[in-house]
Ligand binder design. Structure first.
Ligand code: NAP
Length: 307
């Protein structure tokens, strides 16, 4: 599809893209650039690309497609650095979890004739770095584009086709709507998980050993989210502040109402809510975004050989 793809940032997302692009033969040349020598050397050991450089300008030179996969707070600085080396007609995209802020940071540096199309694959794990990536990460997951008013439709279609070949389904929406939607489906759940795990860590009446020993009763499922990359999630909180604060306000109101129902023994209210929420999980399974295996599919995924 492309003569040369440049991947700036080669962590979980960048390395998954490198792997799937190679497997699906999406580029003749994959150029990799990252900030630290250690990560670059690891990417080379893993044979993720065709050329490696600590200088992102060198990597993007002559590239038809440039994908920036760094924490959202670093996207402006990266755009500024690579801008002079971008080829006319190239597609420049990103994978950042927040969109309005990334656009505000990157767009001012995008040279005339370069197609900047902000994107966000809704696929990830709690792991980071080049070892964490895998080629199937994007399979049957959504990739959302937030095109700008002057986005070239041909460039958008070409980028959409690239992501389709990576296994994704494509959607487009405006950046504000993206940020509001992601605040509830992704950012708030992570914040709640960080909070509950932090609360457990601070407890004095229940020991840490007990929290860990009996974690399978529910706590464990929060710890997966709460193990996510601290830099990435710090940046998400700082760069989607308004939408997250709005969702947190709603969440706190609903929590207060739940608290009241528990205090006043309002079993009907509790039962109604728990019934409504159960149906949501069913819809998620039906939409193919989760599997209906016992134990959230953990046995099947983590211990496939176990009988
Ligand atoms: P990651 O595994 O931690 O990798 C981050 C990459 O960015 C590494 O190559 C790192 O370089 C580089 N980097 C870190 N800080 C930088 C800085 N200040 N300036 C320049 N480069 C820097 O992260 P990831 O999970 O792939 O996330 C990358 C992007 O994808 C983020 O914007 C995130 O919001 C988005 N995203 C993540 C997920 C997810 O679940 N993880 C899902 C969808 C979208 P060094 O290692 O060389 O320092």
């Amino acid at each position: 599809m492309f003569k040369k793809i440049a991947l700036v940032g080669i962590g979980l997302i960048g390395s998954s893209l490198a792997r799937v692009a190679r497997r699906e033969n999406l580029a003749r040349h994959i150029a990799i650039s990252t900030r630290s020598r250690a990560t670059l050397e690891r990417a080379e050991e893993l044979d993720l690309g065709d050329s490696y450089s600590l200088d992102p300008k060198e990597a993007v030179e002559g590239a038809d497609l440039v994908i920036v996969s760094v924490p959202v707070g670093a996207s402006g600085a990266v755009a500024e650095e690579i801008a002079p080396a971008l080829k006319k007609g190239a597609i420049l995209t990103d994978v950042g979890s927040t969109k309005a802020s990334v656009i505000a940071q990157m767009q001012p540096f995008v040279p005339e004739g370069v197609h900047f199309i902000p994107g966000h694959p809704l696929a990830g794990t709690e792991k980071s770095g080049p070892d964490a990536g895998f080629a199937d990460l994007f399979r049957n997951r959504w990739c959302i584009f937030t095109p700008l008013p002057d986005t070239d439709p041909d460039a958008l279609e070409k980028l959409s086709e690239f992501w389709r070949r990576c296994g994704s389904n494509i959607d487009t929406m405006d950046p504000q709507h993206h940020d509001m939607t992601l605040a509830i489906v992704s950012h708030l759940p992570h914040i709640i998980a960080y909070n509950i795990v932090g609360t457990a860590d601070d407890l004095e009446s229940v020991t840490k050993t007990e929290v860990i020993k009996y974690s399978a009763s529910g706590f464990r499922d929060f710890t997966r989210l709460a193990a996510s990359d601290p830099t990435m999630w710090r940046d998400v909180c700082l760069h989607n502040r308004d939408a997250i604060l709005e969702m947190l306000a709603r969440f706190s109101e609903d929590l207060a109402s739940l608290q009241r129902a528990i205090r006043w023994g309002d079993g009907e209210k509790l039962f109604d809510l728990f019934t409504r929420t159960r149906a949501i999980r069913r819809s998620i399974i039906e939409a193919g975004q989760e599997i209906d295996a016992p134990d959230f599919g953990r046995q099947a995924v983590d211990h496939p050989a176990k009988t």
